[in-house]
Design a protein. Structure first.
Length: 250
């Protein structure tokens, strides 16, 4: 399986292209009035019931069984009181579940491709689980950016994948896009780097498990407040700092 993915990655024309293409038969169109973050009392109630009462315990057990999931560095976000941009490498279809387990009971919103909202049933489910679609149409991206800015300023945690595309079980850190770091600098919030790292199965798992297990590493929040630099320079420096920190922990 891993060899197959490596071959597929080699065939991918650029780093922005997902290796896996999901079935997306439904219509879904974002316009300027789309509600990216829904916060009505009724929606919040059902979202919390689904997230904490059903999804969280099921996914904890599932990730433990399938990946022997281990999470390190929870102390690094224990006392975080402000909004934050959470970032990680994108190497599993459901690595967002590991991000959610890492943040535990902190409410996190997850950015995803607009195409994810074209999948039957899934689009209703992920909306309740706080997924935010990224518009394909450039005309509407300014509204998306405005809503993310507002959310960060209101103390919310937004998770983004700076590598952009999903490359399953890829064990090297790829080039980062600047979007996540622009959000952090513009809104004066920290970046929380999270590394999804692979390790060889241990104990009895070595007998029947061919693919590697997973360790999630939550690194210390990073913030660039160097006022001697322009905003553009701060974004680039922050992107480099986070990339280096994550690379050192893979």
């Amino acid at each position: 399986m891993e060899k197959y993915f490596e071959e597929e990655i080699e065939l991918a024309p650029n780093e922005d292209e997902d290796v896996i293409h999901l079935y997306e038969p439904l219509e879904f169109k974002i316009d300027k009035d789309y509600e990216y973050i829904k916060e009505g009392k009724l929606f919040s109630f059902f979202s919390n019931v689904l997230y904490y009462g059903i999804a969280f315990p099921i996914l904890y057990i599932l990730d433990k069984i399938v990946y022997d999931l281990k999470i390190e560095g929870k102390e690094n976000i224990k006392n975080l009181k402000t909004g934050a941009v959470s970032v990680s490498n994108h190497v599993l279809v459901l690595d967002c579940t590991m991000i959610g387990l890492s943040w535990k009971f902190k409410k996190v919103y997850y950015t995803t491709r607009e195409g994810s909202f074209k999948i039957p049933f899934v689009r209703k489910l992920i909306k309740l689980l706080r997924a935010i679609p990224i518009p394909d149409d450039l005309e509407y991206k300014k509204y998306f950016i405005k809503e993310i800015d507002k959310a960060l300023q209101n103390g919310k945690v937004i998770h983004l994948y700076p590598e952009k595309a999903l490359w399953p079980r890829y064990e090297k850190l790829r080039e980062f896009k600047k979007g996540a770091f622009s959000f952090a600098v513009r809104n004066d919030v920290p970046i929380v780097p999270i590394v999804i790292d692979f390790r060889e199965p241990e104990g009895i798992r070595k007998i029947f498990k061919k693919s590697k297990d997973v360790t999630v590493k939550i690194l210390k929040p990073v913030k660039n407040t160097d006022q001697k630099l322009t905003q553009k320079e701060r974004v680039e420096k922050l992107k480099e700092q986070v990339h280096n920190a994550m690379s050192e922990n893979m």
